[in-house]
Design a protein around this ligand. Structure first.
Ligand SMILES: [Zn+2]
Ligand SMILES: [Zn+2]
Length: 538
């Protein structure tokens, strides 16, 4: 028995069963990526040929029929290398090569590729010929859906174009930019959409991260919208990122890759030609900074000039609120001084002296929704996530807790700040205003925002990642273990943080150079064999 007489088949709709070995009978020739019909229990099922059987002796039944190619063999081998890189079994990524349902529907034909006309359209930069990969830095109010559609149209000269979005909402907005020729490939796709994409009748396929590996008939380009958005990261093993999957595919197929973002990450910019989308048609809101150092301490938190601007606003006013509750504290020593009769923001004076420093002065710290409702009458309090989800419109956006966004916890704090403020600018929209009281008017992110040019900050994001050995210049590995005892990590390479208890599990963070990654990999393989382990590699 040679390995070629039996193959591993991932049988459709068998959940976590994993691949099964089947005999390849005489007269049938199959290769990895082919769809086949196989006997399964007492019925027949479709399945995907993964490759030569790992345990050919277990094959007792034969393939019944070869249906055709479901996955491009090139994409198949990319999927396997991704699985290996992310500590997953090949079959765990094979499920991402095609949608779970509708594989047997007749292909749809959405017609010739045509965009909806826009009176004032964006003009995209022209990428230099020798750069296959580029990042479009979009002004905050330039619509990513429109950019995706325009770029897809441009790339479609050579064949089909895949547009990968971080959210279903953006899939819908991007699809709405096409009069014809495009189809969505996400979980709400029409029956036959994937077949149309696979057979070539769908010129532009628009999906979420789940579609990043779908094979086309003639793939001519990939566009990844909102490269920095966390929606691009898979939430199950293997934890791949759309940007990295798209990058691998673009390189293997020798096709262009376009990333789009208002605040690209260091990983996004690395190896990419960064081109700014011109913002001639006012694609930035007005940005107004109030320097708290010039304002009397009693009025610093809500400057009178800001209140006046809010009062004069003729467009809707929204205010960023924090999810953490506002706190009533001693003005001198900072100890908590909760009000005796209220649990949320109030204006009651304090009658008893502070037990620690005997001051009767109190102040409030932080801006939650209750405090904003009472102090900024007429402004709707919204969290950053809620603001980011607003449909495009002109608004006055008040950011009273902006300084907290300038020193975010996390591994790339400067990028986190840039990303937060560009999302706020996006919520303000063209013709809107962003009002920010701050003690740090010279912070690079605020300076960039006021100057309507983020490139200096992005250069700093990239160079600090390099200086600190963070992705893409080094790797960041997160290991989560559902073990009773912590793992032994004393001989692991790199900088190891933990193990510490997080949500009932052990968590270990490892920052490791590319040179040391293979060494870490052998430790992690050993850990993985014991089970109950999730490994995320960035
Ligand atoms: Zn005190
Ligand atoms: Zn009170």
């Amino acid at each position: 028995v040679t390995t070629h007489t039996a193959v591993d088949v991932l049988v459709d709709d068998t959940g976590r069963l994993g691949p099964l070995a089947y005999i390849v009978p005489d007269g049938i020739v199959v290769q990895p990526g082919d769809a086949v019909t196989v006997p399964f229990g007492k019925s027949q099922r479709h399945g995907l040929v993964l490759g030569p059987a790992a345990t050919p002796e277990k094959a007792t039944r034969g393939i019944l029929l070869r249906l055709g190619e479901r996955v491009d063999p090139l994409d198949m081998s990319l999927a396997f290398s991704l699985a290996e890189k992310h500590f997953a079994a090949p079959y765990q990524v094979a499920a991402r090569l095609s949608p779970a349902a509708g594989r047997n529907s007749a292909p749809i034909d959405p017609g010739p590729l045509r965009l909806v006309a826009r009176p004032k359209d964006l003009s995209l930069p022209v990428p230099p010929r020798n750069w296959r990969e580029r990042t479009y830095l979009r002004p905050p109010c330039a619509d990513p859906a429109r950019i995706g559609a325009l770029e897809a149209l441009r790339l479609s000269a050579g064949g089909q174009v895949l547009v990968v979005c971080p959210t279903v909402a953006l899939v819908e907005r991007t699809l709405a930019e096409f009069e014809s020729g495009a189809a969505r490939l996400d979980s709400k796709a029409r029956a036959g959409a994937w077949n149309g994409w696979r057979s070539g009748s769908v010129a532009v396929g628009i999906g979420t991260r789940a579609s990043a590996l779908y094979s086309a008939s003639t793939l001519a380009g990939i566009v990844v919208l909102e490269e920095e958005h966390p929606g691009h990261l898979e939430s199950s093993l293997p934890y791949t990122h759309s940007r990295d999957v798209a990058r691998l595919r673009a390189s293997a197929h020798s096709i262009p890759l376009t990333l789009v973002s208002a605040s690209p990450t260091a990983s996004g910019m690395h190896g990419s030609k960064v081109l700014t989308i011109p913002s001639a048609t006012s694609l930035w809101p007005r940005v107004r900074l109030y320097d708290k150092n010039d304002i009397h301490p009693s009025m610093r938190q809500i400057p009178p000039a800001l209140l006046a601007a809010v009062g004069k606003s003729t467009i809707p006013v929204v205010a960023l609120c924090e999810t953490r509750q506002s706190r009533r504290v001693c003005v001198r020593c900072g100890d908590a001084r909760p009000c005796v009769s209220c649990s949320s923001f109030c204006k009651h004076p304090e009658l008893t002296p502070c037990p620690r420093c005997s001051s009767k002065g109190i102040r409030w710290s932080g801006f939650d929704a209750a405090r904003i409702r009472q102090t900024l009458v007429g402004a709707e309090p919204l969290t950053l996530a809620e603001l980011s989800a607003l449909p495009p419109a002109s608004r006055t956006v008040v950011v009273l807790s902006g300084d907290a966004l300038l020193s975010l916890p996390g591994l790339a704090p400067l990028h986190g700040s840039a990303s937060s403020f560009t999302r706020l600018a996006e919520a303000a929209g063209p013709g809107g205003s962003l009002l920010i009281p701050t003690s740090y008017p010279d912070h690079p992110v605020l300076r960039a925002l006021a100057g309507r040019d983020l490139t200096p900050v992005l250069r700093e994001v990239w160079s600090s990642a390099r200086a600190e050995g963070m992705p893409p210049f080094g790797h960041l590995v997160t290991v989560r273990l559902g073990w009773k005892r912590p793992p032994r990590t004393s001989d692991w390479p790199g900088t190891v943080l933990g193990p510490r208890r997080v949500a009932g599990e052990w968590e270990v963070l490892v920052q490791v150079s590319s040179a040391d990654l293979p060494l870490l990999r052998s430790h992690l393989e050993a850990v993985r064999r014991r089970g109950k382990v999730r490994i995320t590699l960035q």
